[in-house]
Write a protein that binds this ligand. Structure first.
Ligand SMILES: [Zn+2]
Length: 308
């Protein structure tokens, strides 16, 4: 639904005051969730004893991380850039060089993002025994930073790096130090950080960027993140299915569920005739499976819901 221009303008003005100067806002335009929707969502959460929550990029936009698909503000709307494909990363040293150069530049900002009131609300729900399990499609580590324990990062985490040769996992922060040591003179002009920490720099700037390999075996280093075209680990999927089977209701927060890896759990919830509620700005792939759909900002709505 398109909002009248006046409302959009009001949002733009209001956002400008709450976002640091020079930083683009990545929260899509949206009217405040109405009181009736909030009551229904409160009722939904109150009835659930073991709530299963799925989150996506819409949860992190309020922390300053853009999503991929939102109208006007998502990565796809603002640029012609598309995420790295798994096969391209594995096949091409040039693609890896480009990927890591941009990731290197984006890292200081990307790694410094903080959880917002949505992450904090879900962490409180866990503390109070309301939330049984949380599955996130985000790789930004913000749920971990908020202290969430009953958590599966379905698509991995950009704060970890794995070796495609020996499988060793290391901290992304350590790799940053190796990048700096290997590229003491390298500088690049940049603009804009993507959901996975990618930034936009010219190809010619990338040519001289040096990429380290695994210290143990010399293998290729890759973020421990599921790239597009890659599959989520089967054991992880089964683990999440088991947690879903132990739950009695499903809440989707901040995801359009366009990617099958997350959507499959909604299909499973549908098969189990579980109650499903969706909180998201804009339509989702699972709207037909939900008994309740609330349109609103995750931080604003979730922090208004009590976990009783
Ligand atoms: Zn290795």
């Amino acid at each position: 639904m398109r909002l009248p221009r006046q409302i959009l303008t009001m949002h733009a003005v209001r956002r400008a005051s709450s976002v640091p100067a020079g930083m683009v806002s990545f929260v899509p335009a949206c009217s405040t969730a109405d009181a009736h929707s909030l009551e229904l969502l409160q009722d939904f959460v109150s009835r659930a004893r073991r709530l299963f929550v799925i989150t996506g990029a819409g949860l992190s936009t309020e922390s300053g991380i853009p999503d991929y698909r939102s109208e006007g503000v998502g990565l796809y709307a603002r640029t012609d850039r598309r995420p790295m494909q798994y096969s391209e990363f594995v096949r091409s040293a040039k693609a890896r060089q480009r990927y890591w150069a941009r990731n290197f530049v984006g890292w200081p900002q990307f790694s410094s993002h903080l959880p917002n009131s949505a992450h904090r609300a879900l962490q409180r729900w866990e503390e109070r025994g309301k939330l049984h399990w949380l599955v996130t499609q985000n790789v930004d580590s913000l749920h971990s930073k908020a202290g969430q324990k009953r958590l599966t990062e379905l698509h991995g985490c950009a704060h970890r790096v794995m070796c495609l040769g020996c499988g060793a996992v290391s901290e992304r922060e350590e790799l940053q130090a190796r990048f700096i040591a290997l590229n003491p003179e390298w500088r690049a002009q940049t603009s804009g950080v993507a959901p996975d920490g990618d930034v936009f720099i010219e190809d010619e700037q990338v040519l001289h960027f040096r990429v380290p390999s695994c210290e143990a075996c010399g293998g290729i280093l890759k973020p421990e993140v599921t790239f597009f075209g890659d599959n989520v680990n089967k054991a992880t999927v089964q683990f999440v299915r088991d947690r879903l089977a132990e739950s009695d209701a499903v809440l989707v927060a901040g995801s359009s569920l366009q990617v099958y890896s997350g959507y499959r759990f909604l299909l499973a919830a549908g098969d189990r005739k579980m109650s499903v509620a969706i909180l998201n700005i804009g339509p989702t792939r699972a709207d037909h499976l939900a008994e309740l759909k609330v349109s609103g900002r995750c931080g604003e709505v979730l922090s208004a819901i009590h976990s009783v």
